[in-house]
Design a protein around this ligand. Sequence first.
Ligand code: AMP
Ligand code: ZN
Length: 463
Amino acid sequence: MRLYDTLARELKELRPLDGTTYRFYCCGPTVYGPAHIGNFRTFVLQDVFRRTLETGGMRTFHVRNITDVDDKTIRDSQAAGKSLEDFTAFWTERFHADCDALGLLAPHVEPGAIEHIPQQIAMIETLIRKGHAYASDDGSVYFKISSFPGYGKLSHLDERELDLGKTQNARANADEYEKDSLSDFVLWKARKPEDGVNFWPSPWGEGRPGWHLECSAMIREYLGADFDLHSGGVDLVFPHHENEIAQSQCACGGHFAAHWFHVTHLLVDGGKMSKSVGNLYTLEDLAAKGFTAMEVRYVLIGAHYRKPLNFTLESLAAAREAMAKLAKGARALAAKAPADARFDTVEFGFFQAAWDSLNDDLNTPGCLGGLFTGLREAAKLEGEEAAKALAAFNRILRALGLTLPEEEPEAEVPAEIRALAEERWAARSAKDWAKADNMRQQLVELGWNMKDGKEGYELTPLS
Ligand code: AMP
Ligand code: ZN
């Protein structure tokens, strides 16, 4: 598989450093509310990435953290009147439920920051000892970015005309800061009154770790100084990933990640999602509008990960139709495939182009297109050949993590329409033709067609 590397700025072939298992890290969710579909664009693409490697026969080791201690979780747990642990456990559970609905494979390890405070403190001690960090008067500890000549390579600071030499005395104490500011960033935040009870003892006094540090500490614990790939949404390139590289390379030696995979942001109606505009969608919001998580997944993989994806409700309706079409094609193949077909071929046949797309920089829209073309071509196959084509099709579906609807979705019939239909059916059974005709007209006026069969009736909406 070839994938674009943000650092090298080119497509690179993926080969595990240890020759057997592809070991990678994804920055996980900040659990202070439900994740939105933008977050899920990134998590779903990371999932397709992993599934593609595994479908191709590679073993993987996937680590994704839970950010449960930062400015936002502390602020909102207090507003909710809950302990940080209870508050973040609640939102972690909700995150897991959403992940399940979307068909995301659980990471092999999912460490939380609160549980790894000692590892974070140990890392700060190493950084101070090696001259890369310093304690300030307020009891906070900062990383000195001028001590690390490699700072800025990932986000290409040189091209943004930001000068490492000008960072003397510039410090950022907040977990998140602007793209255009360059400053020493915080590793340990001294306790403040607004932190409430959320502080831990350390050699520099009571406080808590800064956000950037947690990923470096988890990676050191579960992946070591060198590993295959690191990933997140593009907003994390600077400063978060830049800071992770600095902390980890300075504390552990090693190269840190060999490859950087970033997913471009999802936009809604052409702009940034925002609560105030009312277009920040969660899975729950979309379920209330009648859309399933699988339909959301289809939309999220419908665009290439390096291009912005403009999300609309119409695209969800289109996803429903597209999935019904794929399911119909697969059922047609299944009907022709002998139930006892046995073969151990790994050939993709008419679905080779779909598979190649996935392996060429994770081209998910190309892969979906290849599934439709493959089904059209495979429609002429019979017997064992149809069974093989179906197996290839299903293999790619698993790589995409898609589950198709079993049967074409039936239109939901409102209770009052159902009641009228029952009444009409009774009239018809009693040979009261005038009433039956009358009621058929009544149903048509309400937008429903009632088709009579021998055993029963079928209701379809008039469009
Ligand atoms: P957070 O919970 O804010 O830490 O974000 C979790 C993941 O979602 C990170 O990898 C972010 O980069 C990513 N992310 C946030 N907003 C978007 C968006 N609109 N589109 C795609 N990914 C996003
Ligand atoms: Zn991270």
